[in-house]
Design a protein. Structure first.
Length: 291
């Protein structure tokens, strides 16, 4: 990825290089340059483990390596999006020493760190807990000397250095692969009706609206019973066109239309006004959100 993104903290002044939402790049609100969408990570290999030197570890141990994906923000902190875990390592026996981890797996594009998980002394496979995280995708060796009592604590968060935002790094290894850039369709929103309007019912689509992954606004469904030439509902900020929009609609074989009041119309912006002469107004419109 050629740009770093930082989630804007409410009440702070954003940096010129920061972007509040990736969606802005795809809806034309912000020019962030070339983007690379990351595929899901493969299950990483198991690191090699061996006893080394003098230290806190005394007993038998198992390890797991978890790839951490996301991006580094412009202030040096990390935004975490997903995880995928390796299988368990071979059993390691240590006598008052440390564990040398080598061949720590490197992830593909989108990997920002590797979290190391370990059992307590004598712990069984599958009971690993968080030990530490390596905030890079290049280091392949590390010495573990973490006390058993510190396992499962100290996961990076917004108060640590470096700070970590987004998905919380778990205290135990994740069981599903949540890595990879995925753009999901926003769930349809049912509006709050005004002026006696309601969904028509029967087998007809309930009125709802949503923003698609391209930043276009959709309003779809059939309504009735409302006062003609009056607002059906009001769109919230971020879903309103720049200028007024007019769309003809079917009104049960009669003439109908909806007017959507744009940002430039001031205080009435966002009202969706229905006009019909029949018993039902069928709405199916698409428009660009105002910038």
């Amino acid at each position: 990825m050629s740009n770093n993104f930082k989630q804007i903290i409410p009440g702070t002044v954003p940096l010129a290089t920061d972007v509040d939402q990736l969606r802005q790049a795809f809806s034309g609100i912000a020019d962030v340059g070339p983007l690379t969408l990351c595929a899901a990570q493969s299950i990483p290999i198991v690191a090699s483990v061996a006893a080394s030197g003098v230290g806190n570890l005394n007993g038998t141990y198992y390890y797991k390596i978890v790839l951490v994906t996301g991006f580094q923000q412009s202030d040096g902190s990390f935004y975490v999006n997903g995880f995928v875990s390796s299988v368990d390592s071979a059993k390691l026996t240590v006598a008052n020493g440390q564990c040398s981890l080598t061949n720590i797996p490197i992830g593909s594009a989108g990997t920002i760190g590797r979290a190391i998980y370990r059992t307590i002394a004598g712990g069984t496979v599958g009971l690993e807990k968080f030990a530490f995280v390596i905030w890079d995708n290049t280091t392949t060796s590390f010495l573990d000397n973490v006390l058993d009592g510190n396992l499962g604590t100290g996961m990076p968060n917004s108060s640590t250095l470096p700070a970590a935002y987004g998905a919380a790094i778990p205290s135990t290894p994740p069981t599903t692969n949540t890595t990879g850039t995925i753009f999901s369709q926003q769930a349809a929103i049912t509006p709050t009706f005004l002026n006696g309007w309601s969904s028509y019912g029967y087998t007809y689509e309930t009125l709802h609206y949503w923003m698609d992954t391209s930043g276009l606004i959709h309003i779809q469904g059939s309504v009735s019973s409302g006062t003609t030439n009056a607002a059906i509902f009001r769109l919230p900020a971020g879903y309103i066109p720049l200028n007024d929009e007019f769309f003809p609609c079917d009104a049960n074989a009669s003439y109908g239309s909806v007017d959507i009041i744009g940002i430039n119309s001031g205080a009435n912006a966002g009202y969706v006004v229905g006009n019909y002469g029949g018993t039902r107004l069928a709405i199916n419109v698409i428009f660009r959100v105002g910038i």
